[in-house]
Design a protein around this ligand. Structure first.
Ligand SMILES: [Zn+2]
Length: 272
């Protein structure tokens, strides 16, 4: 049987892994091939104005590669400028060719409603690409796909025009949340520097162990909060076994994607 493939597409070099690390690692453990992609180069992700964009790009590329290695897959970072991603025809066709070459069964990405223009744009690009993946005359130099991959949006807190819908609930163990902290910790320049700026600036000087503990606390809280939001759905689906579920990730199905493979749900929805 052919190995199943999952492609997580983010706007920035720390999005595709940290938004969906629980699901990606579950699928990897079940034998799926994992691939991660950032459309922008991440060059705006610093407040150090003296730092050249080129240096930031190199650092973010190597941090993404380290996270990809932990997930056992390649983490590609494209060259679109951070904070300036646009839904151009060129970017759309670039993405169509990229997706066709990897041939994913499932794609993960942002929802189209998000605070960050790059997040909204990456979502739009994925959706604009989706139908055209199977159209032979579009990007005719790259073999077209026979089936449109399923597309899932990872969770966010935005409420307008509508809140994220938990179509797929992925139980995630505490150990796997710790693994997500490891993934995030690969992005040193983001989680231990940039993200603390400017309202928690004193944390930049903390020893690394203390910073990691702080990050772990936030990740475990987030996983438990997400679980609380879908408490009733879990009880309905799993009965008494729902009590064993400590954290979840939730995903919304894009109606522009193909259907989810049965192999996906059996792994994603398994209690661990
Ligand atoms: Zn981002």
């Amino acid at each position: 049987m052919e190995q199943k493939r999952i492609l997580s597409i983010g706007a920035h070099p720390d999005d595709a892994d940290t938004y969906s690390g629980g699901l990606l690692s579950k699928l990897r453990d079940a034998g799926w091939l994992v691939r991660l992609l950032s459309l922008t180069d991440g060059s705006a992700g610093t407040y150090h104005m003296e730092e050249a964009a080129e240096e930031v790009k190199l650092q973010r590329r190597s941090e993404a590669a380290a996270s990809g290695r932990l997930l056992g897959g390649r983490y590609d970072v494209l060259d679109y400028p951070d904070g300036r991603l646009e839904a151009t025809l060129q970017a759309r066709e670039h993405l169509i060719r990229y997706i066709r070459r990897f041939k994913p069964d499932v794609i993960l990405t942002n929802r189209p409603n998000d605070y960050h223009v790059d997040h909204r744009t990456v979502s739009l690009l994925v959706q604009d690409a989706s139908f055209l993946l199977t159209v032979p005359h579009i990007c005719a130099d790259t073999p077209y796909l026979m089936h449109t991959p399923a597309i899932l949006f990872w969770a966010d807190d935005f409420k307008k025009p509508y809140a994220h819908v938990a179509d797929v609930i992925v139980p995630v163990s505490d150990a796997r949340v710790d693994f997500k902290v490891q993934l995030a910790s690969c992005h040193v320049c983001q989680y231990f520097d940039w993200m603390y700026w400017p309202d928690r600036v004193e944390r930049i000087g903390w020893p690394r162990e203390q910073q990691i503990a702080d990050l772990a606390q936030r990740y475990h809280r987030a996983g438990q909060n997400q679980r609380a939001e879908v408490c009733d759905a879990l009880a309905k689906k799993y009965g008494m076994d729902a009590e064993r579920i400590r954290n979840v990730e939730t995903y919304e199905i894009s109606e522009y994607g193909g259907s989810l493979p049965a192999e996906f749900l059996s792994v994603a929805e398994a209690i661990e």
